[in-house]
Design a protein around this ligand. Structure first.
Ligand code: AKG
Length: 273
């Protein structure tokens, strides 16, 4: 059995923190040696994609924040093994305290040297899923020191659901900053991370990330899951794109279980799975 197929012994304190604060950190989720071939392949895909982008100074705030390459599991057999890994899906299920999870999608998010800040936002605004059991794993593929910076979370923000009308950009940065102040939400960062550590956050947890003033590439892979049994929710102007590309346009109210949403935990090879 490979590391990615094996289960992880999750500290119950992570489950508590995830439930209470809406985010947590899991250190040493995979070792550097296991991660290395996936880092190489993901960075190759990101590098290729970045060639088609305008110079950083000519982009808007959103596109200065990162090079975003979605659905890598569909492009590379190597990355598929990483994204579909039972180990990650098991941790997602344990944190959400649900029986099973399905894949929503993956995306690489590389913040280039000189990359801008990631504005405050709530992911679930984009997701037409009728559940609060949604989760993102944010795993650095390289060590990320404090000077580069990892994400800042507004602890407890997930309990408020949708906190504002903004999609990610200058307006969401300003609007959510006011809300954070008004609601006196405590801000938290898990600080420097090593390659193979990961933070996890809920879909409604408000978060941002600092600009990268260093000459290091902040190379990160994310995987997003939702609880198995979730139904497609209301599709609005900000979620129509996701409905189209991740959910196969399954009608509202039906099970969110399209061809791009395999159940990853428990693995189907398990008895009863
Ligand atoms: O990587 C970043 O800067 C932001 C990531 C993010 O917003 C997310 O994974 O939900």
């Amino acid at each position: 059995m490979t590391v990615l197929e094996s289960t992880f012994n999750l500290d119950p304190r992570c489950v508590d923190e995830y439930e209470r604060a809406g985010h947590t950190v899991v250190r040493g989720l995979i070792d550097r040696e296991t991660l290395e071939p996936f880092r190489v392949e993901i960075e190759r895909e990101v590098g290729e994609f970045a060639q088609s982008m305008a110079p950083i100074e000519d982009r808007d705030t959103y596109h200065q924040a990162f090079v975003q390459v979605p659905n890598l599991w569909q492009r590379s057999e190597t990355i598929k093994e990483f994204v579909l890994a039972p180990r990650f899906a098991q941790v997602a299920a344990d944190l959400m305290q649900v029986e099973g999870v399905r894949l929503y999608h993956d995306q690489a998010l590389s913040k280039e040297p000189g990359g801008g800040y990631t504005p405050w936002h709530q992911d679930q605004r984009y997701w037409p899923l009728d559940t609060t059991h949604t989760i993102t794993m944010w795993m650095p593929l390289v060590d990320v020191p404090d000077e580069v910076g990892t994400m800042t979370f507004a602890s407890g923000s997930h309990r408020h659901g949708e906190l504002g009308p903004w999609v990610i950009g200058d307006e969401s940065e300003a609007g959510f900053a006011e809300i954070v102040e008004h609601l006196e939400l405590p801000l938290h960062t898990h600080g420097a991370l090593r390659a193979g550590d990961a933070t996890f956050h809920l879909g409604w947890t408000l978060h941002r990330a600092p600009a990268n003033g260093t000459d290091l590439l902040r190379s990160v892979m994310t995987i997003i899951w939702f609880a198995d049994g979730t139904r497609v929710g209301r599709v609005g102007p900000t979620s129509i794109f996701d409905h189209h590309i991740w959910l196969d346009q399954i009608p509202e109210g039906e099970l969110a279980a399209g061809p791009l949403n395999p159940r990853l935990w428990p693995p189907s090879s398990w008895p009863g799975g």
